[in-house]
Design a protein around this ligand. Structure first.
Ligand code: PMP
Length: 290
């Protein structure tokens, strides 16, 4: 992945992809003082760019550092990288981290870096194929108690258990893993939020210890605009058996139906299909969609 054409925005400059390196003694690497975003551009426009830039700055503040660029500067930098890379439909990855001036848990005065990379990562457009649904494993690790970790930051350190869980799932032939939270309630997947449908009502876990995804909130709005009832509530694993449909949401996943979670099966149906289509319409640049 480090050998590609194109440019990366790095601390205010555009550098060739292969030159966007950092020192091995970076604090962000040793102590996970890094926050990032995952965004998608559709037709040349990043969906909810400003919301992502705001979340990036907020994540950094939660980790006790300030990104030395404003939301408007970050938005402009993202547009610039896309333009220089000649991409209209792409994934956008901003990342901010503490640099290498001091090595130790404390790094009060280390430089804060910001880099933005973009690459083509096509979404899975064929709805018929997608409607078959993916298979999820049950993760062993649980989302931690908010009293033990700043769970509202999109911070690198929170992904350690996600990578472990996803690797385990993939080795068993699943696409992803469903994680419970520290209380044993259904929480989310390793990089996406989860929704269930039963008797025409949509149920999704209350995001009190995991990321309240931008896609999640978008899909809840779209569902309510359709007149679908959406309940944000505690969902117990014992309830999985009773749901008819299940899907996950995220910038990368968009709206992806789920066919299986461990022993439970779901039949992606009409409501999931409607929300997949509504989401794909919603992300199109507004001027063109009108
Ligand atoms: N949960 C986790 C752990 C994630 O990594 C993501 C992807 N950023 C999401 C949920 C979904 O968030 P969003 O819809 O903002 O992409």
């Amino acid at each position: 992945f480090d050998q590609r054409d194109g440019v990366i925005w790095y601390d205010g400059k555009l550098v060739p992809w292969t030159d966007a390196t950092l020192h091995v003694l970076s604090h962000g690497l040793h102590y996970a003082s890094a926050v990032f975003e995952g965004e998608r551009a559709y037709g040349g426009e990043i969906f909810k760019s400003t919301e992502h830039s705001e979340r990036l700055r907020t994540s950094a503040e939660i980790l006790d550092f300030e990104i030395p660029y404003s939301v408007a500067e970050i938005d402009a930098a993202k547009r610039l990288v896309l333009e220089k890379n000649g991409q209209k439909d792409a994934y956008v990855r901003p990342i901010a981290w503490r640099g290498s001036e001091m090595m130790g848990v404390s790094a009060q005065h280390n430089k804060i870096h910001l880099a933005i990379a973009t690459w083509e990562w096509p979404s899975y457009f064929d709805p018929a194929q997608r409607l078959k649904g993916i298979r999820l494993d049950m993760a062993e690790y649980r989302r931690p108690d908010p009293a033990t970790i700043p769970c509202k930051a999109k911070a690198a350190g929170l992904y350690m258990i996600c990578t472990i869980s996803k690797h385990k799932a993939e080795r068993k032939g699943y696409s992803d893993a469903l994680m419970l939270d520290w209380r044993g309630h259904v929480a989310e997947c390793t990089g996406a939020n989860v929704f269930f449908i039963r008797d025409g009502v949509i149920h999704t876990p209350t995001p009190d210890c995991f990321l309240d995804g931008i896609t999640r909130r978008t899909v809840i709005d779209l569902a309510r605009r359709r007149g679908f009832e959406v309940q944000e509530r505690t969902i117990l694993p014992a309830e999985l058996e009773g749901f008819n449909e299940c899907f996950i949401t995220g910038t990368a996943a968009e709206v992806t139906p789920v066919a299986e979670i461990g022993p439970y099966t779901f039949q992606p149906g009409n409501m999931t299909k409607v929300l997949m289509e509504d989401y794909m319409a919603e992300v199109q640049p507004k001027a063109k969609a009108a």
